[in-house]
Design a protein around this ligand. Structure first.
Ligand SMILES: C[S@@+](CC[C@H](N)C(=O)[O-])C[C@H]1O[C@@H](n2cnc3c(N)ncnc32)[C@H](O)[C@@H]1O
Length: 346
């Protein structure tokens, strides 16, 4: 890479904070939805979305510089293929992800340096409480977070049921299943399965799916043939991750199957940059982490499971299905340590 391109690349990377906010403003104001029928002038858009036309024009130009919008003659702006994905409800929409990054997540990054130096979770250093405690007291942000999770989960769920045949099970519990996107997709693809959605009581309350509210550090519904944990383990550091898996181990029959749906970190960052960026998100928000297949195998072993297979799903889904089975619980560690002893808070 020549000096100039290295310099301009670094300058652009350093301005990533600007791009995050330009995208966030566009998503909040629903600029892409306002442009769905074709290009408009900054002035027309400002009237439509309720913004100052001069400030909005400069934001739109900033987005055009990043090829999210096209700047056209006559002060007009149109959507590029990238900008299309900021629309609400279109296939592949990333509006929810953009809203979460520019709003809920954004401030937490300011705590990264302190966390690198002295430990701790950046979100907690900045906000004085854990991510899920914050969501508990901000229901509007919580609803937005769940809906952004739901869009991502829909994309992943389709890929998961395509890669793995759930018709082999009669009963299944989706632990930390959120709004039930994956469970609904499993039940659609495998009608004989009878499934239960398990999550925090306020998340599952009112769900159309059979559900149980509770705390996965304490107890999950017992006796199902299969337990699915999708994007749950990556929220947690090792001690808590093992504690959750041990709760499942206590509930699962010896003949049962545990399925983790997770990104699997590549050996080299450049092989899967999206998984590596997600790892930094986990570090920043929750003190959680993405893991390599070997790291998953070690966690599972510590909780009394054996990792049998790591199955990739569709090329753009970003997740794998890790298939594990109950094994001997390691000696001296068959009793879960208490949460206090493992240092967990959230
Ligand atoms: C990253 S989300 C994953 C949601 C869903 N499985 C998916 O794939 O999109 C993690 C889920 O864990 C749930 N959760 C967090 N702490 C919990 C606890 N102590 N007991 C039960 N569920 C919990 C959250 O409410 C959230 O729905």
């Amino acid at each position: 890479m020549g000096m100039t391109s290295a310099a301009s690349r670094l300058a652009r990377l350093a301005d990533g904070y600007v791009v995050t906010q330009l995208l966030w403003v566009a998503a909040e104001l629903r600029i892409a939805d306002a442009l769905a029928d074709g290009p408009r002038s900054a002035k027309e858009l400002a009237t439509q979305v309720g913004a100052d036309p001069d400030v909005l024009r400069r934001v739109l130009r900033g987005l055009a510089a990043e090829e999210v919008l096209d700047d056209l003659p006559g002060d007009r702006f149109g959507l590029t293929a990238t900008g299309e994905l900021l629309r609400d409800g279109v296939e592949g929409s990333q509006r929810g992800a953009v809203l979460a990054r520019g709003g809920l997540y954004y401030g937490a990054l300011a705590g990264l340096l302190d966390a690198v130096r002295d430990g701790g979770v950046p979100f907690e250093l900045v906000h004085g409480r854990t991510f899920f405690q914050h969501l508990d007291i901000h229901p509007a942000e919580s609803a937005r977070f769940q809906s952004s999770m739901a869009v991502r989960a829909a994309r992943e769920a389709a890929a998961v049921v395509e890669a793995y045949d759930f018709r082999r099970f009669r009963t299944l519990v989706d632990v930390g299943g959120g709004t039930g996107v994956l469970l609904a997709e499993i039940l659609r693809a495998a009608p004989p399965v009878s499934g239960v959605l398990f999550d925090r009581p306020e998340v599952v309350r009112g769900s159309q799916l059979p559900h149980v509210g509770g705390d996965f550090f304490a107890e999950v519904p017992a006796g199902a043939e299969a337990y699915v944990l999708s994007r749950v383990i990556h929220d947690w550091p090792g001690a808590e991750a093992v504690a959750i898996l041990r709760t499942v181990r206590r509930a699962i029959p010896d003949s049962g199957t545990l399925l983790l749906v997770e990104a699997v970190l590549p050996a080299r960052a450049s092989d899967d940059p999206a998984a590596v960026r997600m790892d930094v998100h986990m570090l920043t928000l929750l003190g959680g982490q993405e893991r390599t297949a070997d790291e998953f195998a070690a966690l599972l072993a510590a909780a009394g499971f054996r990792l049998d297979r790591v199955m990739p799903t569709g090329p753009r889904s970003g997740v794998h299905v890790l298939v594990a089975r109950p094994a001997e619980v390691p000696r001296h560690s068959d009793r879960p340590r208490s949460r206090a002893a493992s240092g967990g808070e959230s």
